[in-house]
Design a protein around this ligand. Structure first.
Ligand SMILES: Nc1ncnc2c1ncn2[C@@H]1O[C@H](COP(=O)(O)OP(=O)(O)OP(=O)(O)O)[C@@H](O)[C@H]1O
Length: 578
């Protein structure tokens, strides 16, 4: 756990506001100015009607000037107050969001497998705004009612310190009750927040899976599921409101004990001494004013608790385990591309059997090596290890003889271009997707597009290379999406290429073209191909057959057929399928 994670929530939140505290101080001054004019206006009115300006026409002319002036100052102050508050809020929210995104970008691979994207969106987009807005308003209201409450308390002490001390006897009881109420509010507000995240995840699913939903005629099913989660959000929000509504009656109940005590003592004093009725009336009036301020302050506990509950959710994201980059070595340039797995063992957290069980194999530099095996055999796990997304529990992986654990993640990943089964595209232009995170070079773009058999298609697009391709490439066909991903890998021009089922969505002609492009690079790049369609890897220099995380056999297509083992059986099975 980071040192940051052990700090109290409030002080962690303050770190986002602190750089903008000048805005906060100016907000305070502006509101103070507005409050000052509020006090001036009745004073002035009193002065006018008290005959202050009667004597002299010159003074009379000042009335509208001063009044309009005061209202103008008040307007300016309250505008400045609101503006400065928003200025501070928006900047703090931006810093908060940036810190959350920074965390999101660096999470450990295992965290992503558990995380639902609806919850991540809520935590980064909505929560920082809501937390700081709630706390900002609580803070302002606390100032508005808290300052007069303190003034009133001092006044009460001056009037009668003994009575005031007696009134304060109920303070521990009040504190205890408020803690009880707050505890309940926090518990139900946590449930409400979790329900809210569930709701966001459901909506995210509805938007993402709309085709499947309609294809299965599942609109009523999804409506029902949504209604259940929405119902739970409603119920929990109501519970939170009910719990926080307890705060007021509870504090009033305790306050009434204090007032009764004072009344009994004071009336008894007046009766016995016959003195002090006037002072007592003054005292009770001030006390009632104080209580009304305290009542407003007790109303602030709910939004403050709610903000803290949401903040805890955000901090969970901020404190989630990050990817460890313990490597210190940088490869000086492109690797030769010789990869060796040596007795690699990998068991995923929570799994009962290892995904890779003492696996030893080699991807020779400049050669094409295929990985085949039944679903779940461990092919993708090998790729995740090569890219440093997971780490072997035992054994080692060496790149050009160097243990990859000693390389920085950035240096390791620069050596690979990957086209995976799940194609991930960005909601930007064709060109931005292909030259992703690289310097844009028109000639290289054209070469990559031509090699991926996309160039002619891009010429037909309304804005050519600059045409947006929609969320995750939704404006493209399956084959086009795959070709954009292939062009992106080609553009990166890394020494090792990984094609994971990369040609599965291509029509025969495009597949042949991509195969030709790959063949053109054969011998110059280390190619690792994962294919279920064995016809696509016949020409590979070496084929490794995996089964249950172990190497079953290795050899060329011809050698493996001659051996008549697992590979030959897979080939026979696929030819029988036709
Ligand atoms: N994040 C994970 N957590 C737990 N188990 C996992 C995880 N990823 C994979 N596995 C398990 O590890 C084993 C190997 O999975 P892997 O994805 O490497 O297989 P594969 O050969 O690539 O399969 P396919 O051809 O279906 O993609 C499987 O039993 C799988 O269920």
């Amino acid at each position: 756990m980071s040192a940051e994670a052990t700090k109290p929530l409030a002080s962690r939140l303050w770190t986002f506001v602190k750089p903008h505290r000048a805005g906060l101080a100016l907000t305070f001054l502006a509101y103070l100015g507005a409050a000052g004019t509020e006090w001036f206006i009745p004073k002035l009115t009193g002065y006018v009607f008290g005959g202050g300006f009667e004597r002299d026409a010159f003074h009379l002319a000042w009335i509208p000037v001063v009044l309009v002036g005061l209202f103008t100052v008040r307007g300016l102050c309250s505008f400045a107050g609101q503006y400065l508050f928003q200025w501070t809020l928006t900047r703090s929210v931006m810093d908060f969001r940036t810190a959350l995104v920074e965390s999101l970008l660096r999470l450990d691979a295992q965290v992503y497998t558990r995380m639902q994207s609806g919850a991540a969106v809520t935590k980064v987009v909505n929560d920082p705004q809501q937390i700081l807005w709630l706390l900002g308003n609580v803070g302002m209201a606390a100032l508005r009612d808290g300052l007069p409450a303190i003034v009133m308390l001092v006044f009460l002490f001056q009037l009668n310190w003994r009575l005031t001390l007696i009134a304060l006897i109920v303070t521990p009881l009040m504190g205890w009750l408020m803690r009880k109420v707050n505890h309940r509010v926090r518990r139900v507000a946590s449930q409400a927040y979790d329900a809210q995240l569930d709701l966001a995840n459901r909506v995210e699913d509805l938007a993402r899976a709309w085709r499947v939903i309609r294809q299965f005629g599942a609109v009523p099913v999804e409506r029902q599921r949504f209604a259940e989660v929405a119902q739970s959000v409603r119920r929990n929000s109501l519970k939170t409101s009910a719990a926080s509504a307890l705060a007021q009656p509870a504090s009033q109940f305790v306050a009434s004990i204090g007032i009764s005590l004072i009344l009994v003592i004071a009336v008894w004093q007046i009766r016995t001494t016959g003195e002090g009725a006037k002072a007592f009336a003054e005292y009770v009036t001030a006390l009632l004013l104080l209580i009304s301020k305290l009542r407003h302050l007790s109303d602030l506990s709910q939004p403050a608790t709610q903000a803290m509950v949401i903040a805890r959710g955000c901090m969970e994201l901020m404190d989630a385990p990050k990817e460890q980059d313990q490597g210190t070595l940088e490869l000086p340039g492109p690797a030769k591309g010789d990869i060796e797995l040596d007795a690699v063992q990998l068991t995923y957290p929570g799994a009962t059997t290892p995904a890779l069980d003492g696996l030893s194999l080699r991807f020779a530099a400049g050669q094409t090596t295929a990985l085949v095996g039944a679903s779940g055999a461990g092919k993708s796990s090998v790729i995740h290890l090569l890219l440093g997304f997971d780490h072997p529990d035992a054994g080692a992986i060496r790149l050009d003889g160097q243990d990859i654990e000693q390389l920085t993640r950035a240096s390791l990943r620069r050596q690979f271009a990957v086209v995976s089964q799940d194609i991930v595209l960005f909601d930007t232009s064709v060109a931005d997707n292909i030259a992703y995170a690289q310097v844009r070079d028109e000639a290289r773009l054209e070469a990559a597009l031509k090699a991926a058999h996309l160039w002619d298609f891009v010429q037909t697009l309304p804005e050519g290379l600059e045409t947006p391709i929609g969320a995750n490439g939704s404006k493209l066909s399956g084959g086009q999406r795959q070709r954009v991903a292939i062009a992106r890998a080609l553009y990166k021009d890394a020494p090792i290429w990984i094609f994971d089922e990369a040609t599965s969505a291509l029509d025969t002609e495009s597949e042949r073209a991509v195969q030709q492009a790959l063949e053109a690079w054969q011998g110059r790049k280390t190619l690792i191909v994962i294919a279920h369609r064995l016809s696509t890897i016949r020409a590979a220099d070496c084929i490794h057959v995996l089964g249950n995380g172990r190497l079953v056999e290795s050899g060329s297509h011809a050698e493996l057929l001659a051996r008549d083992g697992a590979y030959a059986a897979m080939v026979r099975a696929q030819s029988a399928e036709g």
